[in-house]
Design a protein around this ligand. Structure first.
Ligand code: MN
Length: 395
């Protein structure tokens, strides 16, 4: 969850602060250094979650201007003050105090320190864990009790170990309803393994243009053993179905997540066709999946629209479906997931239900995909896909 934070930092984070005076990791960027004419030194300090400085005093006081995150300021013997973006703290001369981030949030402030009087900061002992946790307890509202089933907790933790959604504090009743539903009731239904389920949900978030949920599920995907390359291939597979205009933001975001995790881009190439072979290979694959439907479709297509049929073969199938990294069965199931999430695509859903069945993704599997998508795409789209499934399979 911290990967995506700190995107709104104003200043570069600078140098690591001395471990002698800080508990945890902080970064200091001196914006205006001390000078001999004796005015103010100005710096930007970024505290990582859980980091705080030691108790200390300033001979001529200090001003804090909070620019991001959540943190605390405490004077000796007084309750800690919770700080968020926009808060300003005026610290009197020679008052013992500390400042730093909250346990689960980074925290950034600008410090303006007056250097005109007697020397510099006087560092004292570290803030103890007891003192630090006490200020959290004092500033937190009563913890809200959420009743989750054992299965819901377990299945959620499998995807998101150590992650506590901020919604558990702000919307506890919704989280209780949603998590018990999606992570227990729904997951217990159908035949998908965890990896397939997460892939299908991930694909549906792209088709739903749900970038925040997508970010969550990219991390879930990597947590359950889906590779970086597979995530990229799901994205590429979505381009011909969802359209680049909607997909491009997801590509940028994915690249940021990968770069933050130290993954070098571009990933290894997965293309298997060339300009000369893409039409032929694509058409071959189309026929493997859909059988003689393809020939019939070509026969029925008016001459002035044949170029679209050519695009389908060369581009949609020849460029994308022929790529390595995901097998055809998985790609076809991903397409079904995206079409279901898109909505208004019933004729394509029916065609790809047949394609899936031809490849061995049976009715139970397709119904399982729809079931797992339901919490994320809603009832109308799930029911429309089920209607298509019934139509195709009773034919
Ligand atoms: Mn200070």
């Amino acid at each position: 969850m911290d990967i995506l934070e700190n995107q709104n930092e104003i200043f570069p984070k600078g140098e690591k602060a001395s471990a002698e005076y800080f508990t945890g990791t902080a970064w200091v960027n001196i914006l205006v250094p001390k000078d001999e004419t004796g005015s103010y030194a100005v710096g930007n300090v970024l505290f990582e979650p859980g980091c705080r400085n030691n108790w200390h005093t300033h001979p001529a006081g200090q001003i804090l201007i909070v620019t991001g995150g959540k943190g605390f300021y405490q004077e000796r013997g007084k309750p800690a003050r919770l700080l968020v973006k926009g808060d300003v703290v005026v610290i009197p001369s020679n008052i013992e105090h500390w400042h730093g981030a909250a346990k689960h949030s980074s925290f950034t402030h600008i410090v303006i320190t007056n250097n005109t009087k007697n020397g510099a900061v006087k560092w004292l002992e570290p803030v103890t864990d007891e003192e630090y946790l006490e200020c959290h307890a004092a500033n937190n509202p009563k913890p809200v009790k959420i009743n989750l089933t054992e299965a819901a907790v377990r299945n959620h933790a499998e995807l998101f170990p150590d992650h506590v959604s901020t919604l558990t504090e702000t919307d506890p009743e919704l989280i209780e309803i949603f998590d018990n539903f999606a992570y227990d009731e729904v997951i217990s239904c159908g035949n998908l393994d965890t990896k397939t389920r997460v892939m299908m949900i991930l694909a549906s978030t792209i088709a739903s243009k749900a970038l925040e949920e997508y970010k969550m599920f990219v991390n879930a995907a990597l947590n359950v053993g889906i590779t970086h390359m597979e995530v990229k291939e799901i994205l590429y597979q979505s381009v011909p179905y969802v359209g680049i205009a909607k997909v491009v933001d997801f590509i940028y975001t994915t690249n940021e997540i990968f770069t933050d995790r130290g993954i070098k881009l571009p990933l290894d190439g997965q293309s298997t066709t060339k300009r000369e072979t893409r039409f032929e290979k694509g058409l071959e694959l189309q026929k493997d999946i859909f059988g003689e439907t393809i020939d019939n479709m070509h026969k029925e297509t008016p001459k002035d629209q044949m170029h679209i049929q050519k695009y389908l073969s060369a581009n949609c199938f020849g460029d994308y479906y022929t790529r390595k990294g995901l097998d055809i069965k998985t790609r076809e199931l991903l397409t079904f997931s995206m079409l279901t999430a898109l909505g208004g695509t019933e004729s394509q859903i029916r065609a790809h239900i047949q394609g899936n069945i031809n490849l061995g993704n049976d009715k139970e599997t397709l119904l399982s995909v729809i079931t797992q998508l339901l919490p994320y795409v809603g009832y109308p789209r799930a029911l429309n896909a089920i209607k298509c499934l019934n139509e195709v399979t009773t034919k």
